[in-house]
Design a binder for this molecule. Structure first.
Ligand SMILES: [Zn+2]
Length: 432
């Protein structure tokens, strides 16, 4: 991804630097050749050349670009589990996913970690974004997911003879587990996404207290992945599933819904981050009926919502780390709603906005393994910057509305937001 050349100064706003420190009023951010040269009070800012680009933050907030820590680029308009797999051909899924990536950037998300995708699309989306072919967040890719046969992600009945070839490697035993990871290694993913547990979405056979992989299979995934320098994460709701994942050596936990004290100890011992993805549960409960979700499914989401909120409070209180993101692309939780996650954690879980903003920036970059490059506005880091109209710390919900996004920068290049230059596509001349 190209970085900007020359100098840019952003001023006339408060600065939230991503570390969780209180914002600096009347601040300035100076960018040189795409990297941050200064972030702090405007009065102490270095003088910049007369031809420096100037961005007026209009009294708003200057902050790091947001990081979506559980992004499904290839999910769109999902209403049933079946919609997640081969509903459309890879050609259409790719186009739709590139549209989703553009949208994420326009929403202020300058980076995202894939939580799994159809057909290895995210590896190629990442390639296209890194080569400036399409706009989108800097990605780390996961490719196809791994689940044991008969588990949450293996829903196509045998008579259909179609397996789960779009989205999932369905495994039986440790040899299959190793084989699936080895295939992912060749495909170029950085994170392996697995399904240690079920979910409220499938209440009869694979609910949120069901285990969907054996500890031996999870061990095999981790050993093979780590040998090839890949990281491993998993959809973990059930108490025992969370502990199995931590015992197997997982590098992050998705959801971590029903964590107990023993699980919390295991989590803290290696400082493993958790990405709760909980706004999805609230949206499922509130909007489920209009999409035909059964009462049984909605009740399961309600239990997940309450258990998940409690676990998040426990994890943060004990000194653990949370990333913000999760499962956008469903009918009731569509792409573009990403920042609702942040509002949810303030309003529903009761966290303070500075903590939530830190989770959505610094911790997100840490989970991606890119904290040396971005996630905070500190000297030397890439200028992945978001400028928002208004005081985001006072009202975090401002981030939900794209009309409030003034500037979205990656490496100092202004890519989206009200202040971004509009690229006019000339209409073809009509004959005659
Ligand atoms: Zn997910």
């Amino acid at each position: 991804m190209k970085t900007a050349t020359g100098t840019t100064i952003i001023s006339n706003g408060q600065l939230f630097d991503g570390t969780g420190a209180p914002p600096v009023p009347d601040a300035a951010l100076v960018i040189e050749n795409g990297r941050i040269a200064y972030a702090g009070p405007a009065t102490a800012a270095p003088t910049v050349p007369s031809d420096a680009r100037r961005i007026d933050a209009r009294g708003g907030t200057i902050m790091p670009g947001l990081v979506e820590a559980h992004y499904h680029g290839t999910y769109f308009n999902v209403e049933k589990l079946e919609d997640l797999d081969i509903k459309y051909p890879v050609e259409f899924v790719s186009i739709q996913a590139s549209v989703n990536c553009k949208l994420a950037l326009e929403c202020g998300y300058t980076a995202a970690r894939s939580g799994g995708c159809l057909f290895n699309c995210d590896v190629w989306l990442k390639t296209a974004i890194e080569n400036d072919l399409i706009p989108g967040p800097r990605l780390v890719a996961s490719g196809r997911e791994i689940c044991s046969a008969g588990g949450l992600m293996d829903w196509n009945p045998e008579f259909r003879k179609i397996g789960m070839d779009g989205l999932v490697f369905c495994i039986n035993g440790v040899e299959d587990a190793r084989k699936a990871v080895r295939a992912l290694v060749k495909d170029g993913v950085e994170w392996v996404k697995t399904y240690p547990t079920g979910d409220a979405a499938w209440p009869d056979q694979n609910d949120h207290h069901t285990l969907c992989m054996t500890l031996e299979e999870m061990h095999a995934v981790v050993q093979t992945a780590h040998n090839h320098k890949l990281k491993v994460t998993g959809h973990c709701r059930a108490t025992e599933g969370i502990k199995n994942a931590l015992r197997a050596g997982y590098d992050s936990i998705e959801h971590g819904t029903f964590i107990d004290d023993e699980g919390l100890d295991l989590l803290l011992k290696r400082d493993v981050p958790v990405v709760p993805g909980l706004q999805f549960e609230l949206a499922s409960v509130r909007r489920g009926p209009e999409f035909g979700l059964s009462q049984k499914v909605i009740d399961g989401h309600q239990e997940t919502l309450e258990g998940g909120a409690e676990s998040c409070r426990k994890i943060l209180k004990a000194g653990g780390r949370l990333g913000m993101g999760g499962d956008y692309g469903f009918g009731w939780n569509p792409h573009g709603d990403y920042a609702k996650e942040l509002t949810f954690f303030v309003n529903y879980v009761g966290l303070d906005p500075l903590t939530v903003l830190k989770c959505a920036t610094k911790t997100g970059a840490e989970i991606m393994g890119r904290s040396a490059d971005f996630g905070t506005l500190e000297k030397g880091k890439l200028a992945d910057v978001l400028v928002v109209g208004g005081d985001v710390v006072k009202n975090i919900a401002l981030l939900e509305d794209r009309a409030n996004i003034l500037a979205v920068m990656q490496g100092g290049v202004l890519k989206a937001g009200k202040l971004a230059p509009r690229i006019e596509v000339p209409l073809p001349k009509r004959g005659g």
